[in-house]
Design a protein around this ligand. Structure first.
Ligand SMILES: *Cc1c(COP(=O)(O)O)cnc(C)c1O
Length: 391
């Protein structure tokens, strides 16, 4: 088989899987791998979870799609559950993360419009990643993803992530035009970058003071990844808008934009929509994912195993001169290297049966399923240790 008929947006490894179960994947030759990527923070409850399998097959035999011209029970159920878990008021369902962020950005526009702000601006962060549509690309940072796509919509101002003074400066320069701040609680794509303690709270206070919408992109950090349902719950704040995708469907495409207060009432019939968004299949799977996380105690497991993984990596890699920093929260962990290591993901897979991700060239990113156990944590530590040493 050849990939010649595919546009070359990715450079995949010459590795293809035919089966998955829990934390494991099997390639076409039947070799087993421990999956510490989880399809980029997607398969949070593990591959082929029996409850997900039966939810999908049962729903496929009943009803896949009716459109939003009719009410959809599973959509209402999922919205209710997410609202209850997050403290938000209402949800809108999409098919992906980028679309969920587009929804958030449209809400910010409407919010400004209602306030009579003619050219509304949204504050975004340096090194942010919010998706690949023109709007979300514009809100994202990094030459690699933006190159060749100018002129992007320009309704954003960018400030350094975690820098409160820079936010105050932006306020002074553009205050009256600003309607919202959009940020990831932990920046995933740019290498698991964490804001200093208290930053989220300070952003919340600033947003309160200026009546800006605080919009959190929890697409990667949400659905238990950091050891809470949503990363903002570690910080004792609640945003006005939150976006979800990745782990919500465990591999079935779904995104969601949740909003609270004024922001939850901005859309009116006709102002936004989606053909597939919120379909019975995706929403039933979403409900099942949330049930599994609750019933299997996966938030607690993510906290416990995440702390263990972080601590063990710090010991294992302590004397390694190519490791600059190890950071993370829950089961979202980054290992920043002094320089890129060629073929690192290939070496880890081929020589150690371990699937890892490397982001922005030199940060190993670990995003294992939330079901990972102590023995598997050791396997990850050993595999990463050996792969980095060998390189
Ligand atoms: C993956 C990701 C997105 C984009 O999601 P897609 O489903 O690929 O559109 C947006 N924001 C963050 C933080 C992400 O990790």
């Amino acid at each position: 088989m050849t990939a010649a008929c595919l546009m070359s947006t990715y450079q995949p490894l010459a590795l293809s899987f035919s089966k998955g179960l829990g934390t494991r994947l099997w390639d076409q030759a039947g070799r087993e791998y421990l999956d510490a990527v989880a399809g980029v923070a997607v398969t949070n409850v593990g591959h082929s979870h029996p409850r997900i399998v039966s939810a999908i097959s049962e729903q496929a035999g009943l009803l896949l799609h009716t459109s939003n011209l009719y009410s959809i029970d599973w959509q209402q159920k999922l919205a209710q559950k997410l609202v209850q878990l997050s403290g938000m008021d209402r949800a809108f369902f999409n098919n992906s993360g980028a679309e969920a962020n587009e929804t958030a950005l449209k809400l910010a526009r409407l919010y400004g419009w209602h306030k009579g702000i003619e050219q509304p601006l949204v504050v975004v962060m340096e090194n942010a990643f919010h998706g690949r549509t023109l709007g979300t690309l514009s809100a994202s940072d990094g030459p690699a993803v933006r190159l060749g796509f100018n002129e992007l919509p320009g309704d954003f101002i960018k400030v350094p992530f975690g820098d409160l003074a820079a936010l105050e400066t932006a306020l002074k320069a553009h205050g009256p035009r600003i309607v919202a701040v959009l940020m990831e609680p932990i920046q995933g794509e740019s290498g698991v970058q964490m804001a200093p303690p208290g930053y989220l709270k300070a952003v919340r206070e600033l947003c309160n003071r200026r009546a800006w919408l605080m919009m959190l992109d929890e697409i990667q950090t949400g659905i238990g990844r950091t050891g809470q349902w949503f990363a903002f719950q570690h910080e004792g704040v609640v945003p006005d808008i939150m976006t979800l995708a990745k782990g919500l469907g465990n591999g079935v495409p779904i995104g969601a934009c949740l909003a609270r207060g004024k922001a939850a009432d901005l859309f009116t019939p006709g102002s936004h929509g989606s053909t597939f968004g919120g379909n019975p299949l995706a929403c039933r799977v979403g409900c099942t994912v949330l049930e599994i996380i609750e019933e299997q105690g996966l938030l607690e497991n993510a906290r416990l195993q995440g702390e263990r993984l972080l601590a063990r990596l710090r010991v294992e890699l302590a004397d390694n001169p190519s490791v600059l920093a190890i950071r993370g929260q829950g089961l979202m962990i980054g290992i920043e290297l002094a320089h890129p290591i060629r073929d690192l993901t290939l070496i880890a897979a081929r020589d150690h049966g371990l699937l890892i991700n490397v982001t922005r060239g030199k940060t190993i990113r670990l995003l294992p399923p939330l079901t990972i156990d102590e023995r598997e944590v050791e396997m990850v530590v050993r595999g990463v240790g050996r792969a980095v040493k060998a390189a």
